[in-house]
Design a protein. Structure first.
Length: 634
């Protein structure tokens, strides 16, 4: 059987050997490869189908990897991976030991910058462009950023810096705005294709710069001409704001039209300075199910039949922690009219769809702007409202200064619902909630609760909401253990843990959902297990009591060991002058890779078998526990 065109492309150099007329077939084959891959591995879907033609055009026009492509967010890079030597590895996408779902510098020389959090591409590409300028290297640097990522202040900070450098010059930087929130009708598309090619071509540039040069001697006429050009462009393209940043704006053009993309990119490749290209794409382009419902087809959670589309969703046998939060949010909003909810562009992911429908006036989606989300909540709290900021653990990292300065320092009652705490699986280290325990518990006025099951999660949320100071509740992705959920808005006893199993010699202090593998390990070891529930305030009385009645303590948490909940236990013992051996179990001092969450927890020694083996390795069989002086400090 003869090879397809895609099977002949092992690198972008092979792509550049093809004729322009062959590229449409390449794009079709890449789109089919994305469909075939995601239907087997799961992963981001609509965004990748929407960037196929743009990816083909970029690698066809630019000399990658010498020229740098920086893809914002990074979940739109499956076509890029297919064309850059990873076509035959796509079956391992997001699987343990396989290729990642985002660009990774250590995976390929074509991945110029690791991206997974939004709105970083312009800053990174600008840094590369300035480095090339300083080193005297002829290199093109391109940032491809989605329209959603343009809601973040960081993108505009980079634009502000990129248009005019500190010395008044500009770097050779091309920013491509991938706008997939609007459509171009055929007549408008044809007009914009013509305008884009005209405005990016030599005639337009020469005429514009020549006119500016001639009129500089007459400042009033120059200013009049500048304003006329600005407003004339604003009449046909939404580019005025980018021109004000110092970029030459081109577009919008149809991002699925290779005959528009390639000549425009070729024109822009030859230009110096800061360039801005606006392309319009459609999420899920070329796949009818994804085009019809781009939100649903943003990502596939598992395998599906491409001919049938995603299977109809059914309620999981056990509720997810996210759904528990979503239901609690609606119930608490009905009970307390002061509640307002804030999300940085994660309505679906944080379980807030129903709340948005029922309480639209109290729902605030601020876009990909985590810093603003936190301070917005602080401002609302100043006026007597009770804001709930629903945010992934990994994304709160981006609002850390605001957490400290705007919320905690002023002791404002902002509640944080930290979804995706701990291991997240296929999205890998960029999305893992590994550090929130360490970075929240060290902040004065902050409290942190780690519920161990669904019912406790609902109670923890209620408890946190009713405090008059900032509190965070951390909970993992996925389902709980299936315990019945009390529909009442009941609180937990503040700052109190609970002994769940009484044993001898060794006491295991579990924080969060790792309580359950800890209980399983304790059954085999005959150990005591405490469900600590609160990381801050720590139940110090319970810690000291367990230390007095046991020979050794073991702490278990789904977060980094350094600075984590276990460290809080050791600090409490030290403050009380108690010398007791403590074994800390948690996420190791590495970035845990992508893969199946259960396998990753097992690799980290945080399943029941791993916890048991770690205890036996450190202390030996429970009846023969011997503690050496060297081990006394843990």
């Amino acid at each position: 059987m003869p090879l397809t065109l895609l099977e002949k492309i092992d690198s972008p150099a092979d792509l550049r050997q093809l004729g322009r007329a062959q590229l449409r077939q390449v794009a079709d084959e890449v789109r089919q490869k994305v469909l075939d891959t995601v239907s087997q591995t799961g992963g981001h879907f609509g965004s990748n189908l929407g960037t196929v033609e743009l990816t083909v055009a970029l690698h066809y026009v630019f000399n990658t990897p010498h020229d740098r492509l920086v893809w914002d967010v990074g979940h739109q890079t499956y076509p890029h991976k297919i064309l850059t030597g990873r076509r035959d590895k796509m079956h391992s996408l997001r699987q343990l030991g396989g290729i990642g779902g985002f660009p990774k510098r250590d995976e390929s020389e074509y991945d110029a910058f690791g991206t997974a959090h939004s709105s970083t591409s312009i800053s990174a590409a600008l840094g590369m462009a300035l480095a090339a300028k300083l080193k005297g290297e002829e290199r093109k640097c391109v940032a491809i950023i989605g329209d959603g990522a343009m809601t973040a202040g960081m993108a505009f900070e980079a634009l502000n810096n990129g248009g005019i450098a500190h010395d008044g010059s500009t770097a050779d930087l091309l920013v491509i705005l991938n706008d997939n929130d609007m459509s171009i009708s055929p007549p408008v598309g044809a007009l914009n294709k013509y305008l884009a090619r005209l405005m990016s071509g030599k005639f337009y540039t020469a005429a514009r710069e020549g006119a500016k040069s001639m009129l500089r001697g007459a400042p009033p006429l120059f200013e009049l001409a500048r304003r006329f050009e600005e407003h004339a462009k604003g009449m046909v393209v939404p580019g005025t704001i980018f021109e004000e940043f110092g970029f030459n704006y081109v577009g919008p053009i149809d991002g699925h039209d290779l005959d528009a993309l390639i000549p425009t990119l070729e024109n822009l490749r030859s230009k110096k300075g800061a360039q801005f290209l606006h392309v319009v794409t459609k999420k899920g382009f070329g796949y009818q199910f994804a085009e019809a419902d781009p939100v649903k087809y943003h990502a596939a959670s598992g395998k599906f039949d491409p001919a049938e589309g995603f299977p109809k969703s059914t309620a999981p046998a056990k509720p997810t922690f996210t759904s528990v939060f979503g239901q609690w949010l609606c119930d608490m909003a009905a009970a307390d009219e002061r509640l307002v909810a804030i999300t940085p562009a994660m309505r679906e992911g944080s379980g807030m769809v129903e709340f948005h429908k029922r309480f639209p006036g109290r729902y605030h989606d601020v876009g990909i702007a985590e810093q603003h989300a936190v301070t917005l909540g602080a401002g609302m709290a100043c006026e007597g409202l009770k804001p709930v900021v629903a945010i992934y653990s990994t994304f709160l990292q981006r609002g850390y200064d605001q957490l400290i300065h705007d919320v905690a320092l002023q002791n404002l009652p902002v509640m944080f619902a930290l979804d995706r705490a701990g291991i997240v699986g296929a999205d890998g280290p960029t999305h893992a909630g590994a550090y929130d325990i360490a970075f929240v518990r060290c902040v004065p006025n902050m409290s942190l609760i780690a519920p161990s099951d669904e019912d406790q999660c609902r109670k923890a949320l209620t408890t946190a909401f009713r405090q008059n100071h900032p509190v965070a509740v951390r909970y993992p992705r996925g389902s709980g253990v299936g315990v019945p959920i009390d529909p009442a808005l009941t609180e937990l006893p503040w700052g109190k843990g609970e002994v769940r199993r009484k044993g001898q010699r060794i006491a295991v202090l579990a924080f969060g959902t790792l309580l359950h593998p800890a209980l399983a390990a304790a059954e085999r070891l005959g150990a005591t297990v405490a469900d600590m529930k609160f990381i801050k305030p720590l139940d110090t009385a319970l810690v000291l009591e367990l230390a007095r009645t046991h020979d050794a303590l073991v702490t278990v948490e789904e977060g980094c060991v350094m600075g984590g909940a276990g460290a809080a236990v050791s600090e409490a013992l030290a403050a009380a002058g108690m010398l007791k051996p403590v074994l800390h179990l948690g996420l190791p001092d590495i970035f845990v890779e992508h893969g199946d969450p259960a396998k990753l927890l097992s690799m980290c020694g945080l399943d029941a078998k791993g916890i048991e083996q770690s205890i036996l390795k450190r202390f030996g069989p429970p009846l023969q526990l011997v503690v050496s002086p060297a081990a006394a400090n843990g």
